[in-house]
Design a protein around this ligand. Sequence first.
Ligand code: 5GP
Length: 188
Amino acid sequence: MTSSARLVVLSGPSGVGKSSVVDRIRSGYPDVHMSVSVTTRAPRPGEIDGVHYRFISRDDFERMIDDGHLLEWAEFAGNLYGTPAAPVAESVAQGRPVLMEIDLQGARQVRAQSGALGVEALLVFLAPPSWDVLVRRLEGRGTEDPAVIAARLETAQVELAAEGEFDVSVVNDDIDRAAGEIVALLNG
Ligand code: 5GP
């Protein structure tokens, strides 16, 4: 029996709740391979190295770029983020559904490259119920300083304007419902 892997790229503005939705999928749907990105950002409280991200130095990140180990990468609010290529390729080859939670720039790169992976990527946009909700969530997180919040809100406006580039929009008005909708898309 053969199965075809679904590669879902989940993007959306900072503060929309991508991590909460992804945490729900990680704990509730172990069959889904969650891609673990590398980043130069410092861990937030509660984030586990190797689970939420692999936290690495800028030198190590640049080496991964040079060695061709990243499927895509981008600079976001002063830090570098990237997707290691090998684990994604392995799951695709095994027919296991893969979920990548990355920014808009990364989503565009994956779309451009999905032919090389042998699987069509489905681009899913996680949208906030409203702009006000997004601002409140970003300010309420309390883990970033005001300059970082301002930069993230500015980027959020650009990201919201790109919603039309995505194949599907999922509104994050309820974490369980949004997670279920994404898993349904992964199972095609
Ligand atoms: P945060 O610092 O809030 O965890 O993530 C900041 C942004 O980076 C989010 O939009 C997140 O989706 C994005 N991001 C996380 N990992 C990756 C990655 O591997 N590649 C790209 N391009 N963006 C990523």
